[in-house]
Design a protein around this ligand. Structure first.
Ligand code: NAD
Length: 298
């Protein structure tokens, strides 16, 4: 372990943060956790060698990881929560790694603001969902303007992921993440429409998916998600519908920010936003399939 990083603060121990913080404990870091849900924090500390000293003390860690629903939550907890106790107590040179899937332009703004206080922010969102968060084999996309901070972050990131990519300046990791999830969301929506049409035409959906998986229609969605969560009716990927809809919206905003007309992105974003309105933010994202099942032509 890198001697300059011993104490790691971890904010947001939800579906992803829980196993990620657990892997930091396993790797030998002194882990302090914080979550807006005190019951989760209590349970995490009961099951791991970790503490929950509160935001002010946690700000005195060597490195702080955030794994929250979005960038607004990250800003809120670092700057506004408990009358700004995090920022008031953060030491000069603190390294913050935002591993949430946040909005890239917001990350750049937050990075500038923290830089004025002597704090380094890098973005390091992840792909791989709960199974790979558990095995410590996440893909991690690292953006940031401070090469020394990125090097310092590696020892922490390597305890959670094994495919690390440097994407460039601040916010580029978050941009890569949103664009990846735009493709995942598009692939899921397209595969769902194909399966629903097959079903109505009397073609067994399982047979269609088997064909896709050895043909040009193959994707991560057809190979893993359709098989494991949709066809067998489990709908339990551990990734909330509202979070995926948010990611596609971020990608849509990014397209607008760079001035590219991206009609497919608008359409896909709209589809996911509507599914979220229909069945709720906390539904599993794979349940969108069910919300589209009843879509009929006029
Ligand atoms: P989650 O909703 O399960 O967990 C979020 C956690 O943050 C919860 O425990 C919640 O209580 C806590 N929280 C919310 N607001 C807070 C605040 N202001 N202060 C302190 N704690 C707060 O979400 P998740 O699935 O763990 O996802 C976390 C992030 O990772 C999101 O940005 C998501 O888009 C991204 N992500 C999720 C997956 C997945 O498969 N679940 C995969 C890759 C990336």
């Amino acid at each position: 372990m890198n001697d300059s990083v011993k104490k790691v603060g971890f904010i947001g121990i939800g579906n992803m943060g829980w196993p990620m913080a657990g892997n930091l404990v396993k790797a030998g870091f002194e882990v302090a956790v914080h979550d807006v849900d005190p019951e989760r924090t209590r349970r995490f500390c009961a099951e791991h060698t970790a503490t929950a000293p509160g935001l002010a003390m946690l700000a005195r860690s060597d490195v702080v990881v955030t794994m929250l629903p979005d960038g607004h939550g990250v800003r809120k907890v670092l700057i506004e929560a408990e009358q700004g106790s995090f920022l008031d107590n953060a030491g000069f040179g603190l390294l913050i790694i935002d591993m949430s899937s946040s909005e890239p332009t917001g990350t750049r703004e937050l990075g500038r603001l923290l830089h004025e206080k002597g704090i380094v922010l890098i973005d390091a969102p992840v792909s791989g969902a709960v199974p790979r968060a558990t095995t410590g084999t996440l893909t991690i996309m690292i953006g940031g303007d401070d090469p020394v901070g990125i090097e310092r972050a590696r020892v922490v990131l390597q305890a959670m992921g094994n495919r690390l990519f440097e994407t460039g300046g601040s916010g580029t990791g978050h941009a890569a993440k949103a664009l990846n999830n735009f493709l995942g969301a598009t692939s899921f929506a397209a595969a769902s429409e194909a399966v629903l049409i097959a079903q109505r035409f009397g073609l067994d959906p399982a047979t269609l998916v088997d064909i896709l998986n050895v043909s040009t229609g193959k994707s991560f969605i057809s190979e893993v998600v359709m098989k494991e969560h949709v066809l067998d009716g489990k709908f339990a990927s551990g990734f909330k519908l509202g979070l995926l809809a948010k990611d596609v919206k971020i990608a849509e905003g990014l397209g607008r920010a760079v001035g590219l007309d991206a009609p497919l992105l608008r359409l896909v974003s709209d589809r996911w936003a509507r599914a979220c309105e229909q069945i709720g933010f906390d539904a599993d994202n794979t349940e969108a399939f069910q919300s589209w099942q009843d879509n009929l032509t006029e």
